[in-house]
Design a binder for this molecule. Structure first.
Ligand code: PHE
Length: 352
């Protein structure tokens, strides 16, 4: 077949390649296969030829036309691809940019204190027990040697719930975690009995009960909801001396200070006899020299031991109740208790 039209095809290819935009490409196309294009002109020229010539020349022109149209289609595609590519480039996301910051959270300062208390007492062999915050009158008061109408009840301004217990007295929001003394021993009484049956010595009771407590009270150092941690150690021969050792050890570990003085100041609780408030005194730092009350304590009253289902001749020991909120204030130098419960992140993030 003739190569007469090859230069035209080559010219078209070159023109298409030079076209940098779809509009330029359409212009180039018009010069070859448009109404007045080179190929169109050649087609027109066929009219004057003989049938035989029309056939061969026409076929050759057609071949050239097809080659040009293929080149055109190829270039169109190439331009479209390039256009898409540059669009993608322009809209690209930089995945290496840092995202919107999500700050890591942290434990609440009082939770930090609770964890610390639990760790220290666990290292001294204490179990940790949880209990209900809505309590029966018997658990909160009567079992703790504080019967209805006893004047000691007024030591705690109690919230009552609108539901009566089995004894006809409304349930209360526990004003202390002391009810757990009684609940814990009741939960474990079978274990104690089984041990005795096996001829083993009666297991000791050594437990702390941390948790939320409630009283009708609200100012810079009191909140209607606050925290307590009760401690109880009963055994055959556990004395006030052990209370002093355990609590002194605890305070010195908790505050990371060996020169911390403790004072056991005589006091009254219906459930302990004798009873003492425990005060501590820092020897250095911003609080140095002041006596600060941190806990109530005492030898567990025989009647309370009986209410636990145990024999007060065999189970002797001490209990104490402390305020983790207050310990947190002292440890971190916080002056207003309410800051712990406002939920202000500017305050809380300082403990992260
Ligand atoms: N439950 C007492 C209170 O809330 C504290 C306490 C506990 C005192 C155990 C003595 C023994 O005030």
């Amino acid at each position: 077949m003739t190569q007469e039209f090859d230069p035209i095809v080559a010219g078209a290819r070159e023109a298409f390649a030079k076209a940098g935009t779809p509009a330029e490409l359409e212009n180039a196309k018009a010069q070859y296969v448009g109404k007045a294009g080179r190929i169109t002109e050649l087609m027109k020229g066929l009219a004057a030829l003989s049938v035989e010539e029309k056939k061969t020349r026409g076929a050759a022109i057609n071949q050239a036309k097809q080659a040009i149209e293929a080149a055109l289609a190829e270039r169109r595609q190439a331009l479209a691809d390039a256009e898409l590519e540059s669009q993608l480039q322009a809209e690209a996301l930089d995945v290496s940019l840092p995202g919107r910051v999500r700050e890591p959270g942290g434990l609440h300062p009082v939770s930090l204190t609770m964890e610390r208390i639990e760790q220290i007492f666990a290292s001294m062999g204490f179990d940790v027990a949880d209990g209900p915050e809505i309590e029966s009158d018997w658990h909160s008061f009567t079992s703790l040697n504080n019967p209805p109408n006893h004047p000691a009840r007024s030591m705690q301004d109690t919230f009552y719930v609108d539901i009566d217990g089995d004894d006809g007295i409304p349930y209360n929001l526990r004003p202390h975690t002391s009810p757990m003394q009684v609940r814990y021993t009741h939960q474990h009484i079978k274990r104690y009995a089984d041990a005795v049956q096996r001829g083993e010595p009666m297991p000791e009771i050594r437990v702390i009960c941390p948790g939320r407590t409630y009283r009708v009270d609200s100012d810079a150092t009191h909140s209607p909801m606050f925290h307590q941690c009760e401690g109880l150690w009963l055994g055959e021969n556990v004395s006030f001396k052990d209370l002093k050792v355990v609590f002194t050890d605890f305070c010195r570990t908790f505050f990371e200070s060996d020169d911390l003085a403790l004072r056991f100041r005589p006091s009254f609780f219906p459930f302990t006899e004798p009873s003492a408030e425990i005060d501590i005194q820092f020897q250095s730092g911003p609080l140095a020299g002041r006596w600060l009350e941190v806990a109530g304590s005492g030898q567990v009253h025989p009647q309370v031991v009986r209410n636990m289902g145990l024999d007060p001749e065999k189970h002797i020991g001490f209990a104490f109740g402390m305020g983790p909120d207050r310990l947190t204030m002292l440890r971190y130098g916080v002056s207003d208790l309410r800051l712990f419960f406002d939920g202000d992140v500017r305050f809380l993030r300082q403990f992260r």
